[in-house]
Design a protein around this ligand. Structure first.
Ligand SMILES: NC(=O)C1=CN([C@@H]2O[C@H](COP(=O)(O)OP(=O)(O)OC[C@H]3O[C@@H](n4cnc5c(N)ncnc54)[C@H](OP(=O)(O)O)[C@@H]3O)[C@@H](O)[C@H]2O)[C@H](O)CC1
Ligand SMILES: [K+]
Length: 538
């Protein structure tokens, strides 16, 4: 796993590294070297380096110097003369670069800057980094749109200028990078809110060769899960299994209005490897589900007058649910009062439970002002996995706004910390999904935008249920198991986009590609571990 840090954590880490004997000036030299080597991979001939007043600009001055030594023609565009750069560290390297044969243009007009960029095949954005705050001021409010309107490729240093490195919120003017070369560790804002739209491809320069020894001395805002981290969940099917020993799932879902969600979740659980999947659905839609899924037994549960679970459902469902390795509750269920009773009954059982979709809305309604205020509602011994998207998550915490990665992590942590259990995981689904456990936040491998389609969440919930059931409770870290399920779902998205075109993927396509996705995750993990080469994985 690779850490993602907040700006405050990066500053703490820099101070630790300094105490260990590597100064900030040396880190700036390494940062510049990393930017230069990233730039050289494009084999540029003509590079414009835009520098600001701070140390982000310092990285740019160092990179300009190195590029020039590699026979690249470099023009540094600066708001002030090298002698007047306010940051002492950056001033030192600016003067040094100015002493060499590098062309420097101070305070160009919009047209002058545009003319320089027309001639360049690469631009380096070292205007603003982690020190950016507020709205972009002149001259950068002119430089940034001029850069965005120009043709050369753009490498942003550390953070695209104008992006808040913690919240990921882009200012009115923000550099749209082709590549972001971030320093030491990725910043959380690169993944949050507007970040993914502006960052382009992300590469990270560690800058300090003993980073592994000190990185855990600071908290990590989150950690990125890499394929190799998932290797424990990639198990071949043993020869001596039967359908029950492979793992069983009960999907408590559906209503007369939404029978399809129950079908998709159940079929996905089976495709993800569970040997026995059954559906408990209101009798108003049980027959429909039976006909659609001949391989899956459907248990008809008493309905209310509108075709959702009725008053008698709780007792019947809970009696059946005890026998399964995992229960998934929620897809297409509605929030009728019988459904709320089913959810509260399942929470009392000693069986791994996944609450998704309307089960989460039921849970929110069972509390008055957010479930974090009434932890007794969801505190339990057996594992509990909640899979809310941002709106569902907001409802769970009493309508506190949740609209990006940062606010999603905050809300999920409230839910976590109210009970403080290793067995509770909140999978906060979004453009960047966060898997929040009591101690760690994991960012799993994310899928393509094609996954943003109705029913995709039902497929993920089914994959998660199949994964939990086949693990048989033998799990060290439930967050990592959830990351595996999210990765499988992500790869169904890639496979479906390749097969049907990225705009044409529908949720049912994903289900039939789960087998392929399981194989893709395995291949990627093996490649990461050096067991398989790219060629062998084809
Ligand atoms: N992480 C590391 O270990 C290393 C990081 N390095 C690089 O350093 C920057 C952070 O440098 P810092 O000097 O703290 O900040 P910046 O360069 O990002 O920006 C500060 C200057 O920008 C001005 N500023 C701030 N906001 C605005 C704005 N809205 N409009 C215009 N100008 C703005 C600010 O002026 P103030 O008057 O507001 O203070 C400063 O002049 C990090 O991102 C890395 O690139 C090092 O290389 C070492 C290793
Ligand atoms: K930058």
């Amino acid at each position: 796993m690779k850490p993602i840090l907040s700006t405050e954590e990066v500053v703490k880490l820099e101070n630790i590294i300094e105490r260990e004997g590597t100064s900030k000036a040396e880190l700036m030299e390494h940062a510049g070297e990393f930017v230069a080597s990233t730039a050289l991979s494009y084999h540029p001939k003509e590079v414009v380096v835009l520098v600001g007043f701070g140390n982000n600009g310092g990285d740019g001055w160092v990179a300009a110097d190195i590029l020039q030594q590699h026979d690249v023609h470099v023009v540094v565009v600066s708001p002030v003369e090298p002698n007047e750069v306010p940051s002492a560290l950056a001033r030192h390297v600016a003067r040094r670069t100015a002493g060499r044969d590098v062309e420097i243009v101070v305070g160009p007009s919009r047209d002058e800057l545009a003319a320089l960029l027309v001639k360049a095949d690469l631009a380096i954005d070292a205007i603003l980094g982690t020190g950016f705050h507020g709205e972009v001021r002149p001259p950068f409010s002119i430089w940034i749109p001029t850069l965005n309107d120009s043709s050369p490729r753009v490498i942003s240093v550390d953070v695209p200028s104008g992006l808040d490195s913690d919240s990921g919120v882009a200012a009115d003017h923000c550099v749209r990078a082709d590549k972001t070369a971030t320093m030491i560790a990725p910043k959380i804002g690169l993944y949050s809110a507007d970040g993914p739209q502006f960052v382009g491809e992300l590469v990270c320069g560690e800058l300090y060769d003993r980073l592994d020894e000190v990185i855990d001395d600071v908290d990590h805002a989150a950690e990125i899960v890499e394929p190799a981290d998932l290797v424990d969940y990639i198990e071949p099917l043993p020869a001596n299994v039967n359908k029950y020993s492979r793992g069983s799932v009960l999907v408590v879902a559906g209503s007369a209005r939404y029978p399809g969600a129950a079908m998709m979740a159940a079929k996905s659980a089976a495709r993800a490897g569970a040997g026995y999947v059954a559906v408990a659905a209101p009798d108003a839609c049980a027959n429909l589900i039976r006909m659609a899924l001949p391989s899956i037994p459907v248990i008809a549960i008493p309905s209310d007058s509108r075709g959702s679970f009725g008053a008698a459902a709780r007792q019947v469902v809970c009696e059946i649910a005890k026998k399964y390795d995992c229960v998934l509750c929620g897809p297409g269920m509605t929030t009728a009062s019988g459904c709320m009773q089913v959810v509260s009954g399942l929470l009392e059982l000693d069986v791994p439970l996944i609450l998704d979709a309307d089960a989460l809305n039921c849970l929110a309604r069972l509390s008055i002002d957010g479930i974090d205020k009434t932890p007794e509602l969801y505190r339990r011994e057996a594992p509990l996995i909640l899979t809310p998207h941002h709106r569902e998550l907001s409802r769970l915490v009493g309508d506190v706004p949740v609209d990006d990665l940062g606010t999603a992590i905050d809300a999920a942590q409230r839910i976590e910390w109210a009970v403080g259990s290793d067995n509770l995981v909140v999978v906060a689904k979004g453009a960047t999904t966060a898997i929040v456990g009591v101690e760690k936040v994991l960012i799993p491998i994310s899928g393509p935008a094609s996954l943003a389609t109705a029913g995709s969440g039902d497929v993920l919930a089914g994959i998660m249920a199949g994964t939990v059931a086949t693990a048989h409770g033998d799990v060290d870290r439930w967050e990592l198991l959830c990351a595996y399920a999210v990765a499988v779902h992500s790869y169904t998205g890639f496979a479906a986009a390749a097969e049907y075109g990225e705009k044409s993927v529908i949720a049912t396509d994903l289900i039939d590609l789960i087998g392929e996705a399981l194989q893709l995750v395995e291949n990627e993990a093996c490649k990461d571990l050096g067991i398989l080469t790219d060629g062998e994985a084809e």
